[in-house]
Design a protein around this ligand. Structure first.
Ligand SMILES: Nc1nc2c(ncn2[C@@H]2O[C@H](COP(=O)(O)OP(=O)(O)OP(=O)(O)O)[C@@H](O)[C@H]2O)c(=O)[nH]1
Ligand SMILES: [Mg+2]
Length: 258
């Protein structure tokens, strides 16, 4: 019987810190004695901070596709993911082997989250990961892009959308927590009061979709973790242990045997 071990899938918009966190979390786990496998599913990356155990670029490189097929950068990535997914047997065989020879996998994904979410080829890749392991997603949001009063609710809702779209449990996490402005927001914001504030604003607003939003947010509130939003730094290791605990909690709840 196949023992499906944990895989941690880094998800998030371009530049949110997926690759850096894959490396930092992997290093931390290796420090604890785990045999970590690094799976790079990004055919466009040039330099990786970790040594990939499986590298999508051995199948296809976005740069080559750009030159050969005369595509722009986004078109080339989309085409590369299609090519990668056409090689699903090769991927499945390799990942199966890697799964049996390691304790857990860390999966790094391309910047374009929408390719994974909305294209069959992206979903096919996620399905391969699901066949060989028990994935837990980490949805990273880069708070340097501008944290607003509704960021916790938005990032939580995004994680729920990913859970629905990809079919894997996904944790909402803020990246780059070493940055001063990020820290101040993390420490001053309570998830719960934040959602309460948005609800208050909505109630006084009168938009057409207000009633629906209020219902959605009430559900979000019901399932919010009681603590603050998870925040991590790949740079100084802040929050990595808490993140791993949260991942493990989800993994254990889901069970580890097929
Ligand atoms: N200060 C700080 N910067 C970070 C951290 N993590 C990543 N960065 C920076 O953010 C930028 C993007 O990081 P990546 O790890 O490449 O992000 P990514 O999501 O893999 O990017 P794509 O794969 O291109 O979508 C780089 O300049 C990193 O140095 C962090 O924890 N703290
Ligand atoms: Mg990356």
């Amino acid at each position: 019987m196949l023992l499906r071990k944990l895989s941690i899938v880094m998800l998030g918009p371009a530049g949110s810190g997926k690759t850096s966190l894959a490396s930092a979390l992997g290093n931390w786990l290796e420090g604890l004695g785990y045999n970590v496998a690094y799976i790079n599913l990004d055919p466009a990356v040039e330099v990786l901070p970790y040594k990939p155990t499986f590298d999508a670029r051995d199948v296809v490189r976005a740069r080559d596709v750009m030159l050969k097929e005369g595509l722009g950068p986004n078109g080339a990535i989309i085409r590369s993911i299609d090519i990668l997914s056409e090689n699903y047997e090769y991927l499945g065989k390799n990942l199966m082997n890697i799964n049996s020879n390691s304790d857990l996998m860390i999966v790094d994904t391309p910047g374009q989250l929408e390719i994974l979410m909305f294209r069959n080829s992206g979903l096919k890749l996620i399905n391969i990961i699901k066949e060989v392991s028990k994935p837990v997603g980490v949805f990273l949001l880069d708070p340097t892009l501008g944290l607003r009063g509704n960021s916790a609710a938005v990032v939580t809702l995004m994680a729920i959308v990913i859970r629905l779209g990809l079919g894997i449990p996904t944790l909402p996490v803020l990246s780059k927590a070493d940055l001063i402005n990020v820290k101040s927001v993390i420490y001053s914001t309570s998830y719960y009061t934040e959602v309460e504030q948005i609800l208050d604003e909505l109630r006084s607003g009168g938009e057409i979709l207000t009633d629906m939003l209020i219902e959605v947010l009430n559900i979000v509130k019901k399932y919010l973790r009681p603590e603050r939003l998870l925040a991590v730094s790949a740079l100084n290791g802040y929050g990595i242990e808490d993140l791993y605990k949260a991942i493990h909690e989800i993994f254990c709840t889901c069970g580890d045997l097929t």
